[in-house]
Ligand binder design. Structure first.
Ligand SMILES: [Zn+2]
Length: 343
């Protein structure tokens, strides 16, 4: 554990199962008798829970005096949310993170996810008749989530207090304001102390990584929203202590933001060229495999997880091209089909 700035502590939790191997959980202990803040809940593992139990105990923070601000609903950030809620902690999250029951990338275990899943997968070009092997891999994940409770990608349901942008949350000597950070997810939010110039920016900007802009729903303009949000980020938080959930605090905000933007512009340009040369309609899954050099059928679990991610990423890029009139989007039997406006 390190103290990043007086009264703000950082705990690193590790996962040995997933492609994301670590997350940083920030803790702002409250003043005597007051509530304390934890930013994000961490991976759903006994090991991670044990680490946090020790830390909370060392600070003398009881669960009924603990507030957890969940920046977005991904498994590394919300995996243990239900566990803390059951122990009496108060959770905060933007309800926009719950607007869909199922997302291709992460298994959000809530009502309706099993009903929504076939439709979402069909939309991306994954069907029992067209891509039976990949379909079966998704079904296998469902079976594992329902039988093996240790499935790390699942997010068990939890109760929380809904938050929106501009709300104030004060802990210790800090007064944070909830700020929208659209892009990595639709409703991601951070916490910003205007006076002390500190921001918990979750996965909006990460040094050395291009955060996934993952969507499998049409007309959410996620990549476009990410670009707009990053532009604002660059100006608003450039002189702040920027604390992301992964990797090191960000020193050169402009450089990190520009690298992410250029990487997405490169990728959308490549995807545009794939469509231009195809001379036919393609599914999102087909475009994704070409854009990311993936085999048509994943060979193991790691490749399967990567495929889920690149499908979501590709869909965001395709939607961006569609918004810019650089791609045509059609739909046949529930599957989105993409083609170039020039071919
Ligand atoms: Zn994350």
């Amino acid at each position: 554990m390190v103290e990043r700035t007086p009264g703000i502590f950082e705990v690193i939790l590790h996962s040995n199962k997933s492609s994301i191997s670590e997350i940083k959980i920030f803790l702002v202990p409250g003043k005597e008798g007051e509530r304390s803040l934890m930013v994000d809940a961490g991976f759903r593992s006994r090991q991670c829970l044990a680490v946090m139990e020790k830390v909370l105990e060392a600070f003398g923070i009881a669960y009924d005096k603990l507030d957890i601000f969940l920046t977005h609903k991904h498994h590394d950030h919300c995996g243990l949310a239900s566990e803390y809620a059951a122990r009496g902690a108060r959770l905060f999250m933007n309800p926009q993170e719950d607007r869909h029951c199922y997302d291709c990338m992460y298994y959000n275990h809530s009502h309706g996810s099993t009903e929504d899943q076939p439709e979402v997968l069909r939309g991306m070009g994954i069907t029992p008749e067209g891509t039976p092997e990949i379909w079966e891999m998704f079904m296998e994940v469902n079976r594992r989530a329902s039988t093996n409770k240790a499935w790390e990608f699942e997010i068990p349901g939890f109760r929380y207090t809904p938050v929106k942008a501009g709300q104030k949350l004060a802990y210790g000597s800090y007064e944070f304001e909830t700020v929208p950070l659209k892009g990595h997810t639709f409703g991601q939010m951070g916490l910003y102390d205007r006076e002390r110039k500190i921001i918990f920016c979750a996965d909006q900007v990460i040094d050395g990584i291009v955060p996934i802009v993952g969507s499998t729903y049409p007309d959410e303009h996620l990549l476009k929203g990410y670009f707009a949000s990053l532009e604002q980020f660059k100006h608003k938080y450039q002189d702040c202590l920027v604390l992301p959930a992964h990797r090191e605090p960000i020193k050169e905000v402009k450089r990190v933001v520009d690298r992410i933007v250029f990487s997405y512009l490169d990728k959308t340009d490549m995807i545009k060229r794939i469509l231009d040369h195809a001379h036919r309609q393609m599914t999102t899954k087909e475009v994704a495999c070409l854009a990311y050099g993936m085999k048509p059928v994943p060979g193991d679990q790691a490749e399967f997880i990567k495929l889920k991610m690149v499908i979501s990423k590709t869909f965001s890029c395709l939607e961006y091209l569609y918004d810019e009139d650089l791609a045509i989007r059609g739909k046949l039997d529930g599957t989105y089909l993409w083609e170039s406006p020039v071919s």
